[in-house]
Ligand binder design. Structure first.
Ligand code: NAI
Ligand code: MG
Length: 379
C-alpha cells in the first residue's frame, strides 16, 4: 500500500481553519483509495515568529524536504509588518525547493455565482501557469537615501548562483526605493515548455502569454522572445502574447474565452486572483508549486484576517489543493474523486448549506463535513 509523508504548515488566520477540513478530506479518501498519508504539522507562521523571533528554525528545510509533499494554509498577520513572513517562509520555500511551476486553475463550479455575464451554455476553465522563481520576486531591492543607493545582493536559485550589484545616484537627492526584476532563459524556457505541455494535455489550441513588453521591453521583451523560442517545439498550440492590462480587462468581461494563461511571476499572482474572482471566488482557488524535489500545495488566498475566527472561511480551496497534491503524488483516482466530491456537494446543497462566500450559511467545519460525506458516498 503506498504511504505518503505530508508536511503541513497550517499558518495564520484562516490557514489552520481551512487546513483542518482539507486534512479531514484526505483522511476520508485514504482508505477508499488504498493509500496512507502520515501528516506532520509545523507551527511556522506569525505566532511562531512573534514568540521566537524566528521565521524558520535551522534544519526546517531538511525536515520539510524529507516529506513527499507540503500542504500550506496561509501566512500573514496584521501584527507582523508585510514582508518578512512572506519572504522568509513562503518565498523561501518556493526558492529553496526550486518550485518553478505554479499552477492555478480557475473554473466554474455549481452554485458559485459568476460576477460577469457570459453566455448561458459557456463555462470558464482557466489554468494560470505562473513562473515561480524570478521576475520582481527575487528580493533584489533596497532603499535610496539622500539620492544614493549601493547594493550588492546575493542570488541563489536552483538554476544558478550570483549577485546583483546596483548603484543609484539622483541629483537633486531624493529618498526612494528600487526593486530589480530578473528573468533568465533557462527559467523562462522550462516553465514555458511545461505550460505548452499542459495546454496540449488540455487540448487547447491557443496559449495566452501575459506580457508588458510595450512598457518594459528589457524584461518582458526577453520573456516574449524566450516563450516564442519554446513555442517552436509545440506547433499544435498557437502562442498568443497579450498585454497584461488588456488581459485584465478581457478577463473581467469574457473569461470564457481564455484557457491556458502563462505569466511571469508578478503578473501571475495578480491574474490568478482575478481569474478566481470571475469564477468561484478565492475560497475555491487551489494552487500547486511544483519542483523536481518537494512540491507545495496551497490555496491561492491569504490568511484573511478579516474573517479569521468567524467560521466564515470557505475551505474548498484548501480541499482542492489536496486534490492537486494527490494528483501530483500519482493518486489520480483519489484526486479526481475529491474534485468530484466538491462538485457534488455544491450541486446538491440548498443555499443554507453552501459556504458563506457563495452567499450560503454553512460554517467552515460544516462545509468540511459535507465534503467528507460526499467522499464517503453518504451525500
Ligand atoms: P486574502 O487572500 O487573505 O483575502 C482577500 C479577501 O478574500 C478578504 O476579503 C478575505 O476575507 C477573502 N477570502 C480569502 N480567502 C477566503 C476564503 N477561503 N473564504 C472566504 N473568503 C476568503 O488577501 P489579503 O487580505 O491581501 O492578505 C491577508 C494576509 O495574507 C496578508 O498578510 C498577506 O500578505 C497574506 N497572504 C498570504 C498568502 C499565502 O500565504 N500564500 C497569499 C496572499 C496573501
Ligand atoms: Mg496572491
Amino acid at each position: 500500500m503506498p504511504s505518503y509523508e505530508i508536511a503541513v504548515i497550517p499558518g495564520d488566520g484562516i490557514g489552520p481553519e481551512v487546513i483542518r477540513e482539507a486534512l479531514r478530506a484526505l483522511d476520508a479518501l485514504a482508505p477508499r483509495f488504498g493509500f496512507t498519508a502520515r501528516t506532520k504539522s509545523y507551527p511556522f507562521g506569525a505566532e511562531h515568529y512573534l514568540k521566537t523571533k524566528e521565521i524558520l528554525p535551522p534544519g526546517a528545510f531538511d525536515d520539510l524536504g524529507a516529506a513527499q509533499a507540503l500542504l500550506l494554509g496561509a501566512v500573514g498577520d496584521p501584527r507582523v509588518p508585510h514582508g518578512p513572513l512572506e519572504q522568509g517562509l513562503l518565498l523561501a520555500i518556493r526558492f529553496r525547493f526550486d518550485q518553478y511551476l505554479n499552477i492555478r486553475p480557475a473554473r466554474t463550479w455549481p452554485k458559485a455565482p459568476i460576477p460577469v455575464n457570459i453566455p448561458e451554455e459557456a463555462e470558464i476553465d482557466i489554468l494560470v501557469v505562473r513562473e515561480n522563481t524570478e521576475d520582481f520576486y527575487m528580493n533584489l531591492g533596497g532603499v535610496v537615501q539622500a539620492g544614493k543607493a549601493r547594493a550588492d545582493i546575493p542570488i541563489e536559485r536552483g538554476l544558478y548562483k550570483g549577485a546583483a550589484k546596483v548603484e543609484v545616484s539622483l541629483d537633486p537627492p531624493a529618498e526612494g526605493a528600487f526593486t530589480l526584476g530578473l528573468l533568465t532563459s533557462p527559467a523562462t524556457l522550462r516553465v514555458a515548455h511545461k505550460a505548452f505541455a499542459l495546454a496540449e494535455g488540455r487540448g487547447e489550441r491557443v496559449l495566452h502569454c501575459a506580457t508588458k513588453s510595450n512598457a518594459l521591453p528589457h524584461l518582458y521583451g526577453f520573456w516574449d522572445r524566450t516563450v516564442a523560442e519554446a513555442a517552436v517545439s509545440h506547433p499544435e498550440v498557437k502562442l498568443r502574447p497579450i498585454n497584461v492590462d488588456n488581459l485584465a480587462y478581457q478577463l473581467s468581461r469574457s473569461p470564457q474565452n481564455y484557457g491556458l494563461i502563462l505569466c511571469p511571476n508578478l503578473f501571475g499572482d495578480i491574474v490568478s486572483d482575478l481569474a478566481a474572482g470571475v469564477t468561484g471566488g478565492l475560497g475555491l482557488a487551489a494552487s500547486a508549486n511544483i519542483g523536481e524535489g518537494l512540491s507545495m500545495f496551497e490555496p491561492v488566498h491569504g490568511s484573511a484576517p478579516d474573517i479569521a475566527g468567524t467560521g466564515k472561511a470557505n475551505p474548498l480551496a484548501a480541499i482542492l489543493s489536496v486534490s492537486l497534491m494527490l494528483g501530483h503524488l500519482g493518486e489520480k483516482d483519489a484526486a479526481l474523486a475529491l474534485e468530484e466530491a466538491v462538485g457534488l456537494y455544491l450541486n446538491k446543497s440548498p443555499r443554507g448549506l453552501l459556504p458563506y462566500e457563495l452567499n450560503g450559511g454553512a460554517a467552515c467545519s460544516k462545509v468540511g463535513d459535507l465534503v467528507v460525506q460526499a467522499v464517503e458516498g453518504r451525500l
